[in-house]
Design a protein around this ligand. Structure first.
Ligand SMILES: Nc1ncnc2c1ncn2[C@@H]1O[C@H](COP(=O)(O)OP(=O)(O)OP(=O)(O)O)[C@@H](O)[C@H]1O
Ligand SMILES: [Zn+2]
Length: 754
């Protein structure tokens, strides 16, 4: 679900730090959504991002900050230096002085969230605060508790059991205090069933029935769990952090021959930056001076550096490998390709998969249900069958701990986060869990021909002239008609005219005839460049010309006819080379049980010649609406993934279960598709499906681990076979296990066939 800015509503964008466990996100979401004026809350555990849609009833963002801080997490606005919250109708000045961005110091000092050892940025500046924060994180508590437990055990052995016992009580109370504080804060904000709450009740309850040793052990294990959860979550996040670190912070700005270092985020369009060999390029731009090898692997995943020279585009984050370059900035920092990719990956993490929504709903009643069952377990046997209270209180408390749905809730986002960073490293982007789920189930892949199976850069191969027309005259007219068009065929014709030194004739009223060609007025007559079939239907091509066109088409070339009203001028044949790995991609898909089809507007003979080399089914002479219908049919027979260049086949991409934009470089329409492939590799399509399948398998494993462990220990607890500390292990242990399993996806190589 994406949040849109409806009229009268505003979007707030925050970073929340310290959320390592899934119940954290649930807690923050629950508490914040209770604030008046908050309409919609999106939260990503892995991206640490909190986005809100609010209306005018929320008069001050301080409320959001306070709420999140009260729960024990750090919060910072997303766009430093930018006012990202304006209340409609209120005077902007009243908010200027009251900056929400000026809080980094406060945010830093307040990182008391549960276990966040992985965070570099949460070292509080003040030593006293640092000590406090350290204690409140699981890590600090763990060190202190370890000491206390050892001391208590030693006292019990060597001094007196009674003193040892008290030492355990003390350890338990010290350990549970910060947990209880968080539980209390959450309860005050309306979040009654939290893992901290259950923990506190279980620890105090164990003290109550004189199980101090075990209570202390439970508190200790909980701290262990928090530390491990923090480490694991930090690892899962690293992928995204690494992306964000790709863009250099500073740039060498050149003004009037003088260079000085400036913040990369301050660069504006049109400025010139100097990029030394070995440096990362600070902004998307065009090379104005110099030629060098550019390693784009950080952005597109393409590992072979390419030589780029003046006039060519480069991406922010790529590495200049050889020579000094001057680059003219063409995009502001937030519009850089890499920034768009990062935003996309972050948003992808927040877009919850259907499975995840189901689990969220499930956990909402699961926790209260377990609390109710625990209460019954405590009360019923002693009251009805006269059994011992202590036994059943103990079992009830253990059940409470099993009531934490953490492992289950984190199972899906952890897998998805790992999967997204694995994909992003290879230039494979998928917009969220729902897309991954759909991609894993795909049964058909439909390819557009140009720009996906082929390079999308056709070259003119043959010119045929009729009557007295010369090649120059033919090109003059054709280039004139095509001069307004950006169609790959038009580009090829204009290119050829240029190399032949022919100036296109001036043309006006150019009009695209979808799927057929272009018409325009050249001089005082209408002229066309169109498919042979369209031309022969309009007296632009005679039988002999049509036969010649057929010959070209059988060779896999695309022929277009050029003619004036009733006067055939000639034929232009063009060939678009197949991508070298297209056949391999189709073969891999077939191996995976997925059928491929090529949908093209080109004629059946050219299509057949191309399809033969690929071993792919095809449908030719398809108008855009035919493509839509074909995709709708395939949708009905199971999922279909449509691959296009994302520029002119947006409707078909939208119609498919998954639309994948493919193509390297600036033109990838990241925003229009569900997924994107940034490298020039068709085999990335089967790889992406493999990654999706591996992700879904990982999620299934995680859900089984989480539910399986809970189910087993639920039974053993009620039967009295396992106790409190096993219960806590079953919770935090499962969470850690699930996160570790998700991390395996970081090392998964989707390019390797299974
Ligand atoms: N600008 C143009 N100049 C000449 N012919 C054109 C032009 N645009 C379209 N045509 C004719 O229409 C046919 C179909 O074009 P269209 O752009 O609809 O195909 P497409 O389905 O996008 O192609 P592909 O499957 O190759 O990606 C082309 O093969 C060509 O014969
Ligand atoms: Zn938890």
């Amino acid at each position: 679900m994406t949040i849109t800015n409806e009229p009268g509503m505003t979007l707030c964008d925050w970073t929340v730090s310290g959320m390592d466990c899934a119940s954290c996100a649930t807690k923050v979401r629950g508490a914040v959504s209770r604030l008046p004026g908050v309409r919609d809350v999106e939260i990503g555990i892995m991206s640490e991002r909190l986005r809100l849609t609010v209306d005018e009833r929320l008069t001050d963002t301080d409320k959001i900050e306070k709420t999140v801080r009260a729960l024990g997490y750090g919060i910072q606005t997303r766009a430093p230096g930018k006012k990202d919250f304006v209340i409609p109708g209120s005077a902007p000045e009243s908010h200027q002085g009251h900056s929400h961005d000026a809080h980094p110091a406060v945010a830093k000092a307040d990182h008391s969230g549960h276990g966040s050892p992985g965070h570099v940025h949460d070292d509080p500046a003040d030593p006293a605060d640092r000590g406090k924060a350290w204690y409140q994180t699981g890590k600090g508590r763990l060190v202190i508790l370890t000491g206390l437990l050892l001391a208590a055990a030693w006292a019990m052995e060597l001094i007196a059991p009674q003193i040892g016992s008290w030492a355990f009580v003390a350890a338990c109370l010290i350990g549970v205090a910060p947990v209880a504080r968080r539980a209390f804060a959450a309860a005050r904000l309306g979040q009654i069933f939290t893992i901290e709450g259950l923990m506190t009740i279980a620890a105090l309850g164990a003290l109550f029935i004189n199980a101090a040793e075990e209570a202390a052990l439970v508190v200790f294990l909980f701290a262990v769990g928090e530390v491990l959860e923090g480490v694991a979550a930090g690892k899962a996040r690293d992928g995204i952090r690494a992306l964000a670190n790709l863009v250099p912070k500073t740039a060498l700005l050149e003004v009037d021959g003088v260079t000085r270092e400036v913040a990369a985020s301050s660069l504006t369009i049109g400025q010139t930056v100097l990029v030394r060999p070995g440096d990362r390029i600070p902004a998307d731009g065009e090379i104005s001076d110099g030629t060098s090898g550019i390693d784009e692997s950080p952005v597109t995943g393409e590992s072979i550096p390419r030589t780029r020279g003046p006039g060519e585009n480069v991406f922010a984050g790529s590495i200049n490998t050889e020579a000094v370059l001057r680059v003219t900035v063409t995009k502001a920092a937030e519009d850089n390709t890499i920034s768009r990719i990062i935003r996309l990956v972050e948003e992808a993490e927040e877009a919850r998969a259907p499975t995840e929504r189901f689990i969220d709903r499930f956990s909402r009643w699961y926790m209260p249900a377990i609390v109710a069952v625990s209460a019954l377990v405590i009360v019923l046997p002693p009251l009805m069958f006269g059994q011992s209270w202590d036994t059943w209180i103990y079992r009830g408390l253990a059940l409470l701990l099993i009531g934490c749905p953490c492992a289950l809730v984190i199972s899906v986002p952890a897998s998805i986060a790992s999967s997204l960073s694995t994909g992003a490293r290879r230039g494979m982007l998928m917009k969220g869990g729902a897309v991954i789920e759909a991609a894993a189930k795909v049964s058909h892949v439909a390819f557009d021909k140009t720009g996906t199976l082929t390079h999308g850069r056709p070259q003119v191969t043959d010119l045929v002239t009729f009557g007295t027309t010369t090649e120059a005259q033919l090109l003059e007219v054709a280039a004139g008609v095509e001069s307004g068009s950006s169609h790959p065929l038009a580009v090829a014709i204009l290119d050829r005219a240029k190399t032949a030194g022919v100036t296109p004739l001036p043309a006006r009223d150019a009009r695209a005839l979808t799927g057929r060609g272009v018409e325009a007025t050249v001089g005082d007559a209408l002229a066309w460049v169109s498919s042979p079939r369209h031309a022969s239907e309009n007296d632009g091509l005679d039988g002999r010309g049509l036969r010649q066109a057929t010959i070209f088409e059988d060779e896999g070339k695309t022929a277009v006819a050029v003619y004036r009203k009733g006067v055939p001028l000639g034929l232009i044949a063009m060939r678009d080379e197949l991508r070298p790995d297209a056949a391999e991609a189709v073969r891999q898909l077939a191996e995976m049980g997925i059928s491929s089809i090529m949908l093209t507007g080109d004629n059946p003979r050219t299509a057949a010649a191309i399809a033969e080399g690929l071993n792919i089914r095809f449908e030719a002479e398809m108008m855009p609406e035919d493509k839509l219908a074909a995709i709708r049919d395939m949708n009905a027979q199971g999922g279909v993934m449509m691959i296009g260049d994302g520029i002119n086949d947006a409707p078909a991409l939208k119609q498919a279960s998954i639309g994948v934009a493919m193509g390297s470089g600036t033109d990838v329409a990241l925003e229009t598709a569900d997924a994107a492939i940034l490298r020039d590799r068709v085999t990335d399509i089967p790889a992406q499906i493999r990654l999706a399948q591996a992700t879904m398998a990982n999620i299934r494993q995680n859900v089984s681990i989480a539910l399986g462990l809970k189910a087993i220990f639920l039974v053993t607890t009620v039967l009295g076979m396992t106790g409190l500390w096993i219960a806590i292990l079953a919770d935090t242990g499962a969470t850690v296990l699930v996160t570790l399993n998700a991390l395996r996806l970081l090392r998964y190589n989707p390019e390797q066939k299974r």
